[in-house]
Design a binder for this molecule. Structure first.
Ligand SMILES: N[C@@H](CCC[C@H](N)C(=O)O)C(=O)O
Length: 285
Protein backbone atom coordinates (compact mmCIF):
# COMPACT_ATOMS: atom_id res chain seq x y z
CA UNK A 1 0.00 0.00 0.00
CA UNK A 2 1.29 3.49 -0.89
CA UNK A 3 0.35 6.67 0.96
CA UNK A 4 0.70 10.45 0.99
CA UNK A 5 -0.02 13.24 3.45
CA UNK A 6 -2.96 15.49 2.63
CA UNK A 7 -4.73 18.56 3.96
CA UNK A 8 -8.41 19.11 3.22
CA UNK A 9 -9.30 22.80 2.91
CA UNK A 10 -12.28 24.75 1.68
CA UNK A 11 -13.23 28.19 0.45
CA UNK A 12 -16.95 28.75 1.05
CA UNK A 13 -17.56 25.00 0.99
CA UNK A 14 -15.68 24.42 -2.29
CA UNK A 15 -13.44 21.72 -0.84
CA UNK A 16 -10.33 20.02 -2.22
CA UNK A 17 -7.71 17.56 -1.04
CA UNK A 18 -4.43 19.51 -1.08
CA UNK A 19 -1.11 17.70 -1.54
CA UNK A 20 2.19 19.42 -0.77
CA UNK A 21 4.34 18.44 -3.75
CA UNK A 22 7.39 20.06 -2.12
CA UNK A 23 7.32 16.92 0.06
CA UNK A 24 5.24 14.29 -1.74
CA UNK A 25 6.03 12.53 -5.00
CA UNK A 26 2.89 11.51 -6.91
CA UNK A 27 3.39 10.07 -10.40
CA UNK A 28 2.23 12.40 -13.21
CA UNK A 29 0.41 9.59 -15.04
CA UNK A 30 -1.57 8.70 -11.87
CA UNK A 31 -2.73 12.22 -10.90
CA UNK A 32 -6.08 12.02 -12.66
CA UNK A 33 -6.92 8.62 -11.16
CA UNK A 34 -5.77 9.70 -7.66
CA UNK A 35 -8.03 12.78 -7.89
CA UNK A 36 -11.03 10.57 -8.71
CA UNK A 37 -10.18 8.20 -5.83
CA UNK A 38 -9.66 10.83 -3.11
CA UNK A 39 -12.79 12.73 -4.16
CA UNK A 40 -15.04 9.69 -3.74
CA UNK A 41 -17.23 10.24 -0.69
CA UNK A 42 -17.68 6.50 -0.05
CA UNK A 43 -14.25 5.00 -0.68
CA UNK A 44 -12.01 8.08 -0.62
CA UNK A 45 -11.94 11.22 1.50
CA UNK A 46 -14.73 13.04 -0.34
CA UNK A 47 -14.11 16.37 -2.12
CA UNK A 48 -14.73 18.50 -5.20
CA UNK A 49 -11.31 17.35 -6.44
CA UNK A 50 -7.59 17.53 -5.70
CA UNK A 51 -5.17 20.46 -5.70
CA UNK A 52 -1.39 20.13 -5.86
CA UNK A 53 0.81 22.73 -4.17
CA UNK A 54 3.95 22.54 -6.32
CA UNK A 55 7.38 24.13 -6.69
CA UNK A 56 7.56 26.69 -9.52
CA UNK A 57 10.36 28.16 -11.64
CA UNK A 58 8.66 31.55 -11.86
CA UNK A 59 6.92 32.04 -8.47
CA UNK A 60 7.31 30.79 -4.90
CA UNK A 61 4.53 28.24 -5.49
CA UNK A 62 2.39 26.75 -8.26
CA UNK A 63 -1.19 25.43 -8.09
CA UNK A 64 -2.54 22.53 -10.15
CA UNK A 65 -6.25 21.66 -9.88
CA UNK A 66 -7.99 18.40 -10.73
CA UNK A 67 -11.79 18.21 -10.77
CA UNK A 68 -13.50 15.19 -9.18
CA UNK A 69 -13.90 13.52 -12.61
CA UNK A 70 -10.07 13.55 -12.94
CA UNK A 71 -9.92 16.37 -15.53
CA UNK A 72 -7.33 19.07 -14.98
CA UNK A 73 -8.58 22.65 -14.78
CA UNK A 74 -6.43 25.69 -15.50
CA UNK A 75 -7.52 27.90 -12.62
CA UNK A 76 -9.45 27.81 -9.34
CA UNK A 77 -10.31 30.92 -7.32
CA UNK A 78 -11.23 29.17 -4.07
CA UNK A 79 -8.20 26.91 -4.50
CA UNK A 80 -5.88 29.91 -4.90
CA UNK A 81 -6.98 31.37 -1.56
CA UNK A 82 -6.39 27.99 0.15
CA UNK A 83 -2.99 27.53 -1.55
CA UNK A 84 -2.00 31.03 -0.36
CA UNK A 85 -3.10 30.20 3.21
CA UNK A 86 -1.18 26.88 3.15
CA UNK A 87 1.97 28.39 1.62
CA UNK A 88 2.08 31.12 4.27
CA UNK A 89 1.22 28.92 7.27
CA UNK A 90 3.74 26.23 6.23
CA UNK A 91 6.62 28.63 5.57
CA UNK A 92 6.74 28.07 1.80
CA UNK A 93 6.50 31.87 1.61
CA UNK A 94 7.44 34.40 4.27
CA UNK A 95 5.88 37.49 2.69
CA UNK A 96 2.20 38.44 2.93
CA UNK A 97 2.01 39.30 -0.79
CA UNK A 98 3.39 36.81 -3.28
CA UNK A 99 2.77 35.31 -6.71
CA UNK A 100 1.20 31.92 -7.46
CA UNK A 101 1.71 30.21 -10.80
CA UNK A 102 -1.32 28.55 -12.41
CA UNK A 103 -1.71 26.79 -15.75
CA UNK A 104 -3.28 30.01 -17.03
CA UNK A 105 -0.58 32.38 -15.77
CA UNK A 106 0.59 34.20 -12.64
CA UNK A 107 -1.71 35.71 -10.03
CA UNK A 108 -0.87 37.72 -6.91
CA UNK A 109 -2.16 36.71 -3.47
CA UNK A 110 -2.26 38.77 -0.29
CA UNK A 111 -2.86 36.97 3.02
CA UNK A 112 -4.14 38.62 6.21
CA UNK A 113 -2.49 36.62 9.02
CA UNK A 114 -3.58 36.76 12.66
CA UNK A 115 -1.26 34.98 15.11
CA UNK A 116 0.37 33.15 12.18
CA UNK A 117 -2.94 31.79 10.83
CA UNK A 118 -4.68 32.98 7.68
CA UNK A 119 -8.46 33.06 7.27
CA UNK A 120 -8.90 35.80 4.65
CA UNK A 121 -7.06 36.10 1.33
CA UNK A 122 -7.28 38.56 -1.55
CA UNK A 123 -6.22 37.38 -4.98
CA UNK A 124 -5.55 39.64 -7.95
CA UNK A 125 -6.85 37.24 -10.59
CA UNK A 126 -5.58 39.28 -13.55
CA UNK A 127 -7.67 40.51 -16.47
CA UNK A 128 -10.65 38.57 -17.78
CA UNK A 129 -10.35 37.25 -21.34
CA UNK A 130 -13.39 37.94 -23.47
CA UNK A 131 -12.55 37.08 -27.10
CA UNK A 132 -14.55 34.05 -28.24
CA UNK A 133 -11.38 32.15 -29.20
CA UNK A 134 -10.03 32.67 -25.67
CA UNK A 135 -13.11 31.20 -23.95
CA UNK A 136 -13.06 29.08 -26.21
CA UNK A 137 -16.51 28.97 -27.87
CA UNK A 138 -17.08 28.03 -31.50
CA UNK A 139 -19.26 30.78 -32.98
CA UNK A 140 -18.93 33.05 -35.99
CA UNK A 141 -18.50 36.14 -33.82
CA UNK A 142 -14.81 36.82 -33.07
CA UNK A 143 -15.12 39.37 -30.31
CA UNK A 144 -16.95 39.04 -27.01
CA UNK A 145 -20.33 37.37 -26.41
CA UNK A 146 -22.48 39.61 -24.21
CA UNK A 147 -26.17 38.79 -23.84
CA UNK A 148 -26.13 36.76 -27.07
CA UNK A 149 -28.93 34.33 -28.00
CA UNK A 150 -27.97 30.69 -27.45
CA UNK A 151 -30.23 27.84 -28.51
CA UNK A 152 -30.40 24.76 -26.27
CA UNK A 153 -32.88 22.18 -27.57
CA UNK A 154 -35.88 24.27 -28.54
CA UNK A 155 -35.27 27.03 -25.98
CA UNK A 156 -33.36 30.26 -26.66
CA UNK A 157 -31.38 31.61 -23.70
CA UNK A 158 -29.11 34.66 -23.55
CA UNK A 159 -25.52 34.09 -22.53
CA UNK A 160 -22.39 36.05 -21.65
CA UNK A 161 -19.03 34.25 -21.80
CA UNK A 162 -15.92 35.12 -19.78
CA UNK A 163 -12.58 33.35 -19.26
CA UNK A 164 -10.79 33.81 -15.95
CA UNK A 165 -8.10 31.46 -17.25
CA UNK A 166 -10.89 28.85 -17.37
CA UNK A 167 -14.17 29.05 -19.30
CA UNK A 168 -17.43 30.40 -17.87
CA UNK A 169 -20.90 30.98 -19.31
CA UNK A 170 -23.36 33.17 -17.43
CA UNK A 171 -27.17 32.97 -17.55
CA UNK A 172 -29.27 35.62 -15.79
CA UNK A 173 -32.41 34.61 -13.87
CA UNK A 174 -35.10 36.57 -12.07
CA UNK A 175 -34.94 34.22 -9.07
CA UNK A 176 -31.85 32.21 -8.13
CA UNK A 177 -34.08 29.59 -6.47
CA UNK A 178 -35.17 28.55 -9.99
CA UNK A 179 -31.59 27.91 -11.20
CA UNK A 180 -31.76 24.83 -13.50
CA UNK A 181 -28.49 23.46 -12.13
CA UNK A 182 -28.97 19.76 -12.75
CA UNK A 183 -30.90 20.14 -16.01
CA UNK A 184 -29.24 22.93 -18.04
CA UNK A 185 -25.90 22.64 -16.17
CA UNK A 186 -24.65 19.30 -17.52
CA UNK A 187 -26.07 19.88 -21.02
CA UNK A 188 -24.32 23.24 -21.46
CA UNK A 189 -21.10 22.00 -19.78
CA UNK A 190 -20.70 19.42 -22.57
CA UNK A 191 -22.21 21.45 -25.44
CA UNK A 192 -19.89 20.95 -28.47
CA UNK A 193 -19.84 24.72 -29.06
CA UNK A 194 -17.55 24.78 -25.98
CA UNK A 195 -14.71 22.52 -27.22
CA UNK A 196 -13.04 22.43 -23.78
CA UNK A 197 -16.34 22.26 -21.83
CA UNK A 198 -17.51 25.16 -19.67
CA UNK A 199 -18.41 26.11 -16.09
CA UNK A 200 -22.10 27.04 -16.07
CA UNK A 201 -23.26 29.89 -13.83
CA UNK A 202 -26.69 31.24 -12.93
CA UNK A 203 -26.90 34.78 -11.60
CA UNK A 204 -29.66 36.91 -10.08
CA UNK A 205 -28.98 40.63 -9.73
CA UNK A 206 -30.04 41.84 -6.27
CA UNK A 207 -28.60 45.36 -6.53
CA UNK A 208 -25.95 47.29 -8.47
CA UNK A 209 -23.32 45.85 -6.09
CA UNK A 210 -24.90 42.55 -5.08
CA UNK A 211 -25.41 39.26 -6.97
CA UNK A 212 -26.79 35.83 -6.14
CA UNK A 213 -24.86 33.01 -7.80
CA UNK A 214 -25.13 29.24 -8.30
CA UNK A 215 -22.81 27.01 -10.29
CA UNK A 216 -22.57 23.75 -12.18
CA UNK A 217 -18.80 23.26 -12.45
CA UNK A 218 -17.09 21.62 -15.37
CA UNK A 219 -15.76 18.28 -14.14
CA UNK A 220 -17.32 18.49 -10.66
CA UNK A 221 -21.04 19.30 -11.01
CA UNK A 222 -22.79 21.35 -8.33
CA UNK A 223 -20.38 22.91 -5.84
CA UNK A 224 -21.02 25.31 -2.98
CA UNK A 225 -18.86 28.00 -4.57
CA UNK A 226 -16.66 28.79 -7.57
CA UNK A 227 -14.22 31.68 -7.19
CA UNK A 228 -13.35 32.07 -10.86
CA UNK A 229 -17.08 31.75 -11.64
CA UNK A 230 -17.98 34.53 -9.19
CA UNK A 231 -15.28 36.75 -10.79
CA UNK A 232 -16.70 35.93 -14.24
CA UNK A 233 -20.22 36.80 -12.99
CA UNK A 234 -19.02 40.22 -11.81
CA UNK A 235 -17.30 40.89 -15.16
CA UNK A 236 -20.42 39.73 -17.05
CA UNK A 237 -22.61 41.97 -14.90
CA UNK A 238 -20.47 45.03 -15.71
CA UNK A 239 -20.58 44.14 -19.43
CA UNK A 240 -24.38 43.83 -19.21
CA UNK A 241 -24.69 47.20 -17.37
CA UNK A 242 -26.09 45.48 -14.28
CA UNK A 243 -23.22 46.42 -11.92
CA UNK A 244 -20.48 49.06 -11.93
CA UNK A 245 -16.82 48.74 -12.91
CA UNK A 246 -14.33 49.51 -10.10
CA UNK A 247 -16.98 49.02 -7.41
CA UNK A 248 -16.79 46.09 -4.98
CA UNK A 249 -19.66 43.65 -5.58
CA UNK A 250 -20.83 41.15 -2.98
CA UNK A 251 -21.51 37.77 -4.55
CA UNK A 252 -23.75 35.47 -2.49
CA UNK A 253 -22.81 31.86 -3.26
CA UNK A 254 -24.40 28.73 -1.74
CA UNK A 255 -21.44 28.50 0.68
CA UNK A 256 -21.17 32.21 1.61
CA UNK A 257 -19.99 35.53 0.22
CA UNK A 258 -17.10 36.74 -1.96
CA UNK A 259 -16.17 40.40 -2.46
CA UNK A 260 -15.08 41.12 -6.02
CA UNK A 261 -14.01 44.21 -7.97
CA UNK A 262 -13.25 44.49 -11.68
CA UNK A 263 -10.82 47.40 -11.47
CA UNK A 264 -10.45 50.12 -14.09
CA UNK A 265 -6.79 49.05 -14.39
CA UNK A 266 -8.11 45.78 -15.83
CA UNK A 267 -7.64 43.10 -13.21
CA UNK A 268 -10.28 41.35 -11.09
CA UNK A 269 -9.71 41.31 -7.32
CA UNK A 270 -11.38 38.65 -5.20
CA UNK A 271 -11.41 38.68 -1.37
CA UNK A 272 -12.76 35.80 0.70
CA UNK A 273 -12.16 33.06 3.26
CA UNK A 274 -9.91 29.99 3.25
CA UNK A 275 -10.22 27.33 5.96
CA UNK A 276 -8.54 24.06 6.94
CA UNK A 277 -10.86 21.09 7.62
CA UNK A 278 -8.46 18.28 8.50
CA UNK A 279 -5.14 16.68 7.62
CA UNK A 280 -4.02 13.07 7.48
CA UNK A 281 -2.60 10.15 5.55
CA UNK A 282 -4.31 8.80 2.43
CA UNK A 283 -3.63 5.17 1.50
CA UNK A 284 -3.89 3.91 -2.10
CA UNK A 285 -2.80 0.95 -4.24
N1 LIG B 1 -13.97 25.71 -8.08
C1 LIG B 1 -13.07 26.45 -8.85
C2 LIG B 1 -12.90 26.11 -10.29
C3 LIG B 1 -12.37 24.68 -10.49
C4 LIG B 1 -12.04 24.32 -11.92
C5 LIG B 1 -13.24 24.31 -12.84
N2 LIG B 1 -14.21 23.31 -12.49
C6 LIG B 1 -12.75 24.10 -14.29
O1 LIG B 1 -12.68 22.96 -14.76
O2 LIG B 1 -12.46 25.11 -14.95
C7 LIG B 1 -13.01 27.92 -8.49
O3 LIG B 1 -13.19 28.22 -7.30
O4 LIG B 1 -12.71 28.76 -9.34
Amino acid sequence: MRSFQFTKMHGLGNNYIYVNMFEEDLKEEELSSIAIQVADVHTGIGSDGMILICPSDVAPVKMRIFNNDGSEGKNCGNGLRCVAKYAYEHGIVQKETFEIETLSGLVEANVEPEDGKVHIVTVDMGAPRLATEEIPILVDKQDRLVNEPFLVGEETYHITTVSMGNPHVIFYLDDIKDAPLTTLGPIVEKDPRFPEGVNVEFVEVEAEDELHFRVWERGSGITQACGTGACAAVVASVLNDKTERNKETTVHLAGGDLFITWTTEGSVKMRGPAETICAGTYYYK
